[in-house]
Design a protein around this ligand. Structure first.
Ligand SMILES: Nc1nc2c(ncn2[C@@H]2O[C@H](COP(=O)(O)OP(=O)(O)OP(=O)(O)O)[C@@H](O)[C@H]2O)c(=O)[nH]1
Ligand SMILES: [Mg+2]
Length: 301
């Protein structure tokens, strides 16, 4: 690890309610899709690290699951993961969806966060009027958060991101270069591949089905010109299995072929992807299965 007196670095947790745009922001900062995004709440299930190095500054972002009232053991793991990501960080970046407004859950989360190293990002400003944004600022002032610590952004369109980055950089302490400057993440490739499949399932499937899905990457093999990935989609009911496979396998083909494109971008090479579907009753409440799929406390960073 390199260290020189003038280098500044630090950890920034991105926290907030589900669906506010946390993962979109992480991807926007690092300029690559490392954290999956969907229009459904509770997309992110683990802490996801993204690294951005700018000259003599390094920012290590931690994307987190949206904080919600958990109904399964998986949900409990997710909320724990979010709050634990906030331990020992240099900046807490609390994010609000300006379109959804500043709700009760936001208030509750905010009341639990230390104000001493807090920045608030008011996101999705592309969807609302200036007055709506000002109203949210007013509410935040009521929580003793002054203008200096509020940044309006659109994570999707990149508006305000540069300003936000500068505010974060001002808050970084002197520290080491934790990662080489071309690093964008240290999440294992197997993990990212599994997430790509889950993202397509979230995109193509409806209702509760995608929330009840877990992905296991059984094997990855590599030759000079091809990477082969063997994955299993785990779902909760045999009726779900039928829907995931689709008529003549059409749904599974769609999910696999879109996932494969993302994997080819990630690896920069041709990918062969094989996906199977298995049923495991109520796996989201099974300690064994949660552990199998990497949703366990020891996996938290
Ligand atoms: N219009 C608009 N949409 C956005 C913006 N940022 C994110 N979104 C959309 O909001 C939805 C949720 O985005 P995510 O990044 O998955 O949100 P998240 O906070 O990570 O969600 P969880 O992981 O479920 O907690 C997606 O459909 C995004 O495209 C924005 O600035 N403007
Ligand atoms: Mg997310």
């Amino acid at each position: 690890m390199e260290y020189s007196g003038s280098f500044k670095s630090g950890f920034i947790s991105i926290l907030g309610s589900p669906n506010v745009g946390k993962s979109t922001l992480l991807n926007s900062f690092v300029g690559q899709k490392i954290s999956i995004v969907s229009n459904k709440a509770q997309t992110t299930r683990n802490k996801i690290i993204g690294v951005l190095t700018r000259g003599d500054r390094q920012m290590i972002f931690i994307d987190t699951p949206g904080i919600h009232d958990p109904r399964t053991k998986l949900g409990e793991y997710m909320v724990d993961a979010a709050y634990s990501a906030n331990r020992d960080v240099d900046v807490t970046l609390f994010m609000i969806d300006s379109k959804a407004g500043f709700g009760e859950r936001d208030q509750e989360i905010l009341s639990k966060l230390s104000k001493s190293y807090l920045l608030v990002a008011v996101n999705k400003t592309d969807l609302v009027s200036r007055e709506d944004v000002e109203k949210i600022h007013g509410r935040l002032h009521g929580f003793s958060i002054d203008e200096e610590h509020i940044v309006d952004i659109s994570a999707l369109y990149g508006t305000g991101i540069y300003d936000l980055e500068n505010r974060i950089m001002e808050m970084l302490p002197e520290g080491p270069k934790y990662y080489p400057e071309d690093t964008v993440t240290d999440m294992p490739e197997k993990f990212i591949c599994a997430e790509f499949i889950r993202e397509k399932a979230l995109y193509f499937l409806r209702d509760e089905i995608p929330h009840g899905i877990g992905i296991e990457i059984e094997k990855v093999t590599e030759t000079d010109e091809l990477i082969s990935v063997y994955a299993v989609i785990i779902c909760e009911k045999s009726s779900h299995k039928g829907i995931i496979i689709g008529r003549n396998g059409s749904m599974l083909k769609r999910i696999a072929s879109e996932s494969r494109k993302d994997m080819e971008m990630l690896f920069g090479t041709k990918v062969y992807l094989e996906v199977f579907v298995k049923v495991k009753d109520d796996w989201r409440n099974s300690n064994f299965m949660l552990k199998e799929l990497g949703y366990r406390k020891e996996d938290n960073i």
